[in-house]
Design a protein around this ligand. Structure first.
Ligand code: ADP
Ligand code: MG
Length: 671
């Protein structure tokens, strides 16, 4: 018997059902043992007088008639008895569970999980519970084809076979003692089969600590390694050329841009390996800082590359660089380029003919070979996975790394999640920006909105219209966007030109549409959320978001950030009739602040860390049981211990930490 045994080693599991469990990433018995319920159904006893017809509930009462089993037909029978709850007498029946009769003792209290029939004042029992208050039903995450009952049965089988006895302790004894944690086997058992709530909470605390502790160990080890790496590049840029370039910009850099640029340049020149995050709210002007850093690398005969999440953005950055540095040779590389174009770009990159390279994740494909890659920049870094960022890094020989993000990471999370990075913050918008005026309107007011937009467009305004997001169906999203565009085309027939942009279009189509909008040939651009990140068209001053309550705060903030990028007054109009309280709350918060950090904190409070960054994309690992917000105190403690351990010289040789070193050895990455 081993923990790596396939699930088929358990009785009742054949290859067919094993395949179903694979959908839950459960391949081995070991996987199964640590597949914890995500919550427990709490069986609190209820008053029958308060129950609704058909409602399922736990009812506790005194047994007032003996249990009686009636048989009728093959294997069919009914167990009946009466209980009294206060003054109310309730008939109870169980079908085909005659053995329960043993548990029904005249005069004693009994707790029953069942379905209430209002008319008959009767309960159809499903389960007799040991003790009403403490009976807890585990709820596992399941997928189609796998039921709760399947999982419970399977976990039970694993325990019956004794697999849990193979689980080895994975926390150092010192820590178990220090924090009075349950040992591993007991905690795993109590996660699945707690005897009571108190024991479950004990187990949960241990499992959360385990998870957060190892997370922090990895961060701290990584941090130590990057800090001690003295083999970084020295990028000896020419300061005067950079200053000259800054002088030709149509604007003066803000103090915050200056400071961030200097921090980046300092890192580049030093032999230390740069690993820096450039954070700045939407519209704060990160792009020009990145461009200047790229230029700095070029003045030292290095190549610099910037990777962005969408083709639209890649093209925008490319144009931007071309206009900033008309004398440089710059390459664009995206997935949708024609083969011949791609070949030309690849040759130019590998031969060193080009110094600046812009692209999508096409930049990290296998066939892309760089000449002397000194600086890699990732824009909207949360859109990329940890692996993609690593692949990018590995395209050069210890290149300096800069990541950019407009998703403000709340300070509380920043220290813990970006523990291994240095951070530059652009905490200031360019001078002359007027705060965007945000209004929340209901669908009933939509006509007014349209006529207001009409008058604004006649004065020369350009408008983005974001079509509603329908989760789970790209096809529906598209249909919606098309219908919306048609509606606008009808309404604005004589006044304005309306165009449509969506993710299913070919990139040259998208580019042509964006270009027309930029050139003011189009007045109104209806779009799905493809427009969300990074797009920069300063003349667009109105952002209309349909069914805005379907979006999260961070996404709304990103969308809103597409306007207010010049010196004209801009507006964001959120059209929504939210059905939920949190939807209403989101709309209100949006009208109250334009500060991305405030919004991120609010988002975090409302949704928890799991969702704020979307999926695995964020590079912030998903935790199975821990929650970065709720369990912040545990996280902090874990961080403290982890950093203490790593600071010991040769900590891996200390027998006290052997367990930790071994385990990190086995699972060395976040993903
Ligand atoms: P983001 O930080 O959201 O990526 P961008 O880099 O796209 O923002 O900059 C937004 C707009 O602000 C662009 O049009 C850019 O040219 C302009 N901009 C950047 N820095 C300044 C500045 N110091 N003064 C005025 N405008 C600026
Ligand atoms: Mg940007």
């Amino acid at each position: 018997m081993r923990l790596t045994d396939s699930l088929t080693a358990l009785p009742g599991v054949g290859p067919k059902s094993a395949e179903k469990f694979l959908k839950l990433d459960l391949a081995t018995v070991g996987d199964l043992l640590v597949y914890y319920p995500f919550r427990y159904e709490d069986f609190k006893s209820r008053e029958v007088l308060e129950l609704l017809d058909g409602e399922k509930a736990v009812v506790v009462g005194q047994v007032v008639t003996p249990a009686n089993v009636q048989y009728y037909g093959y294997k069919r029978n009914r167990l009946t008895f009466k209980i009294k709850q206060g003054e109310v007498v309730v008939s109870v029946s169980f079908f085909n569970q005659p053995y329960l009769a043993d548990k029904i003792v005249l005069g004693e209290q009994v707790a029953i999980w069942g379905k209430w029939d209002q008319k008959k004042a009767a309960l159809t029992g499903m389960k007799v519970l040991a003790q009403a208050q403490d009976d807890m039903q585990p709820i596992y995450h399941v997928v189609q084809g796998v039921t709760q009952a399947n999982l419970v049965k399977l976990v039970m089988a694993a325990f019956q076979a004794g697999y849990h006895q193979l689980l080895e302790e994975n926390l150092p004894q010192v820590l178990i003692d220090k924090y009075r944690l349950l040992d591993r086997q007991s905690s795993v058992q109590a996660m699945h089969f707690p005897t009571d709530l108190a024991q479950y909470k004990q187990a949960l605390r241990r499992v959360k600590f385990e998870e957060l502790f190892y997370y922090q160990m990895r961060l701290q080890v990584m941090r130590k390694e990057t800090k001690s790496a003295d083999f970084g590049l020295v990028i000896d840029y020419q300061k005067d050329l950079i200053e000259e370039c800054i002088g030709t910009l149509p604007f003066a850099l803000t103090d915050a841009q200056r400071r961030s640029l200097n921090e980046i340049l300092e890192d580049m020149r030093s032999p230390n390996h740069m690993n820096r995050l450039l954070q700045g709210d939407v519209g704060s002007g990160k792009t020009v800082v990145a461009a200047l850093a790229m230029y700095a690398a070029v003045t030292a005969q290095f190549q610099a590359a910037i990777m962005v999440p969408t083709e639209i953005l890649a093209e925008q950055h490319y144009e931007n660089l071309v206009s900033l540095f008309p004398d440089q040779s710059i390459a664009l590389l995206t997935g949708s380029m024609k083969a011949a174009e791609k070949r030309t770009a690849l040759t130019a990159i590998s031969s060193g003919q080009v110094d600046m390279i812009v692209g999508t994740h096409a930049l990290i494909q296998e066939g892309v070979i760089y000449h002397r890659l000194g600086l890699v920049i990732t824009d909207e870094q949360h859109r990329f996975g940890v692996n993609q960022r690593r692949q990018f890094r590995e395209k050069g020989q210890q290149p300096d790394v800069l990541m950019m993000t407009a998703t403000p990471i709340p300070r509380t999370l920043a220290i813990t999640t970006y523990g291994e990075m240095d951070v530059s913050l652009i905490d200031q918008l360019p001078a002359g920006r007027k705060p965007i005026i945000t209004r929340w309107v209901r669908h009933e007011q939509f006509d007014q909105v349209l006529s207001w937009i009409k008058s604004e467009v006649q004065k020369g305004a350009q408008v983005y219209v974001i079509s509603p997001l329908i989760e789970a169906s790209e096809a529906l999203d598209l249909k919606n966007a098309i219908a919306l565009a048609e509606e606008f085309q009808d309404y604005f027939a004589e006044v304005a030109k309306v165009d449509l942009l969506h993710g299913k279009m070919k990139s040259d189509e998208k580019e042509a549409i964006m270009q027309a909008f930029k050139d003011k040939e189009t007045d109104i651009l209806v779009s799905t959320t493809v427009i969300e990140v990074g797009v920069n068209i300063p003349n667009a001053t109105i952002m209309l978001i349909m069914d805005a309550d379907r979006f999260g705060l961070s996404q709304l903030h990103q969308l809103r950030g597409r306007v207010g990028r010049g010196d004209k007054q801009s507006y964001a109009i959120l059209v929504a009739n939210p059905k939920t309280d949190s939807g209403k709350q989101r709309m209100t918060i949006m009208t109250e602040t334009t500060d991305g950090f405030v919004l991120a904190e609010e988002d975090l409070k409302m949704r928890g860390s799991g969702e704020i960054f979307g999926t695995r994309q964020s590079g912030i690992p998903e935790f199975q049981v821990a929650d970065l917000v709720e369990d912040y105190p545990i996280l902090e403690e874990a961080r403290r211990v982890a950093s203490q351990i790593v600071q010991e010289t040769d900590w891996t040789k200390n027998p006290e930490w052997k367990i930790v070193a071994d385990r990190l050895e086995k699972t060395d990455s976040f993903d």
